[in-house]
Each structure stands twice: as structure tokens, then as C-alpha cells.
Design a protein around this ligand. Structure first.
Ligand code: NCD
Length: 309
């Protein structure tokens, strides 16, 4: 079976380090990579809405000199005829060299990986995890803070359904000296399996609060998230919770001058646009960093690193 990345923990910290080195090298010598994946095809299978992640994977493959095949809508694919994820994965293995897949069901990417004969990258499985967003987040944290250790990391918003949050906590919990501040409404708290298996199991300090204002002064990183409307059972709850947290310049006044403000995007109202011009706003840098990390990951999984100019 090919090597797939379903969870961020499928990559060791050494492998993440080497992906970051590759991404940094791409940033400074992009030309060297222009033909790294020539003749290879990436299939993007997106059964849930996406702008950034799908285009980022596709741009990454094109910048490596490869090609892309794309399913952009479950309704126009055979999934709408009732085809299983495992049959889709077997089929696409006949056409492509690597798959990036997003699916509304938790565990769908794992099922695909178990049935495909080519590497599968999880581009988001329901409310579970989103490892390549975490790679984007990690490169951003490294570039902005210089380190993955001894940070106080605030995660704010929908910590229950936010898959990017679950993957980021798993990733940052492996480095020493980090503390988490979990900021959410009662109804959207971090699932207890993440608290128990990741935080408590490893003795990682964390606090839970409903107040962004109270938490902000101590943070080195603030990771804002969108309330995940598509995972709610009723619209009323969504409408009541959607604007729980709005970061604006007034709230940033009490933050550290070198706070790193992140958001996986898309944003709805979570960060007021007046923050965009502040030097602490890093969310559009995350977008670009995501493309570089996906380039590094695609090359690694295809074993194309030696193909460099
Ligand atoms: C995130 C996702 O899909 O989980 N988006 C992304 O990939 N950058 C976050 C979100 O949709 O809120």
C-alpha cells in the first residue's frame, strides 16, 4: 500500500521538519521545482465545498510541473449514483498518481487510502481532521514565531466541529512547553476525546474560557475559526452562536505586539476587516504557506525529491 497522510500524526516531527525545509527551499528557489512532478497526475476529489484547499493542491501540482484531474462537486460525480468511497478510490487509482480528497464523513479519507493503490491525502474529513491545513499553519507559526515550543496558543470559536483545530492541537502537542487556551461557547467546546487523548494524556496544560477579551493578553498565537454551519443540526443554534467571537482592533489593543493572528479561512465575521492591515494578521500568509507545504508533501509522497533540477 502507498504512503498516505490521513492524520497529521501520520507524519513524524522529523518529517514535518524536512517538509518545512523543502517549503523554505521552494520559497527561495521555486524554479528548481518547476519539473519535479512532470508526467504525474493529482486527482482532487472534493465532495464538500472548498476554494482554498482544492485550488491550493491544484496550484501546487501545476507549479511542480504535474497535471490535475478534478471532481469538484459530489452532485456531478458517481457518488450521487451511490458509489462507495472505496470503489471511487480504486477507480481513480487507475487514472492518477496521487489523490487529495475532501469528504463530509469522518473516516472517508482513511477508507479511500485503504482501497487506493496510490497515496491519498486527507483534505478534510467531516469534523475530524485536516492535516494539510495544519502543515500550512505550522509553516506560518515557524516563520512568524521562529519555533514550535514554549508558546501559549489560543484557539477561538468552533472547537467542537473545527477539524483544523483538532489537527493543530495534535501537531503542537508534540513540542515541549506549549499551553493551550480554549476559547469557545459552552456548546462548541473541544471534544472530550481530544482533551483526554491528546492534552491530558500527555500532561499538556490547558484552560477553557468563554472570554476572548480575558484570554488575549497572554497569547503568542490566536487561531480564530468559523462556526461550522454545515455540521449543525439546526439553523437556530447556528444563528445564535455564529457571531460569538469577533476579533477587532479594539480587542487587539491588549494583545502582545508580536501576537500571530491566524484563521484557516473562509472567515465570515470572526475577524473584522480592520485587522487585516495590522502586522499581526497572518491569515493570508497561511494561504500562501499552504501551497508550499502541499508542494513539499506531494513531492514526498510521490518520491520525486530526487527529480529536482
Ligand atoms: C477549513 C476547513 O475546510 O475545515 N477551511 C480550509 O480548508 N482552509 C476551515 C473552515 O471551513 O472553516
Amino acid at each position: 500500500m502507498s504512503r498516505s497522510v490521513i492524520d497529521i500524526l501520520d507524519l513524524s516531527t522529523q518529517e514535518i521538519e524536512s517538509l518545512i525545509q523543502t517549503a523554505e527551499d521552494i520559497i527561495s528557489h521555486g524554479d528548481r521545482y518547476a519539473h519535479a512532478c512532470a508526467g504525474k497526475k493529482l486527482a482532487t476529489l472534493f465532495f464538500e465545498p472548498s476554494t482554498r484547499t482544492r485550488l491550493s493542491f491544484e496550484a501546487a501540482m501545476y507549479e511542480l510541473g504535474g497535471n490535475v484531474l478534478s471532481v469538484t462537486d459530489a452532485a456531478t460525480s458517481s457518488a450521487s449514483k451511490g458509489e462507495s468511497v472505496s470503489d471511487t478510490a480504486r477507480t481513480v487509482s487507475c487514472y492518477a498518481d496521487i489523490i487529495a480528497m475532501r469528504h463530509p464523513k469522518e473516516g472517508a479519507a482513511l477508507v479511500a487510502a485503504n482501497n487506493a493503490s496510490i497515496p491519498v491525502i486527507n483534505a478534510g474529513d467531516g469534523g475530524h481532521c485536516h492535516p494539510t491545513q495544519t502543515l500550512a499553519d505550522l509553516l506560518t507559526i515557524r516563520r512568524e514565531k521562529g519555533s514550535f515550543s514554549n508558546l501559549t496558543i489560543g484557539l477561538c470559536g468552533d472547537l467542537k466541529f473545527g477539524r483544523t483545530v483538532h489537527s493543530l492541537i495534535n501537531a503542537m502537542a508534540r513540542y515541549p512547553g506549549n499551553r493551550f487556551v480554549l476559547i469557545s461557547p459552552e456548546e462548541l467546546k473541544l471534544p472530550s476525546y481530544v482533551k483526554k487523548d491528546v492534552l491530558r494524556e500527555n500532561g499538556i496544560p490547558y484552560t477553557q474560557t468563554t472570554s476572548l477579551e480575558k484570554a488575549i493578553p497572554e497569547l503568542d498565537v490566536l487561531y480564530m475559526t468559523r462556526v461550522q454551519r454545515e455540521r449543525f443540526f439546526n439553523e437556530e443554534d447556528y444563528l445564535r452562536l455564529k457571531d460569538s467571537y469577533i476579533l477587532n482592533m479594539a480587542k487587539l489593543k491588549s494583545a502582545k505586539p508580536d501576537l500571530c493572528v491566524m484563521h484557516p479561512l473562509p472567515r465570515v465575521n470572526e475577524i473584522s476587516t480592520d485587522v487585516d492591515g495590522d502586522s499581526r494578521a497572518c491569515y493570508f500568509k497561511q494561504v500562501l504557506n499552504g501551497k508550499y507545504m502541499r508542494m513539499a508533501l506531494i513531492m514526498k509522497l510521490l518520491g520525486m525529491e530526487e527529480n529536482l533540477a
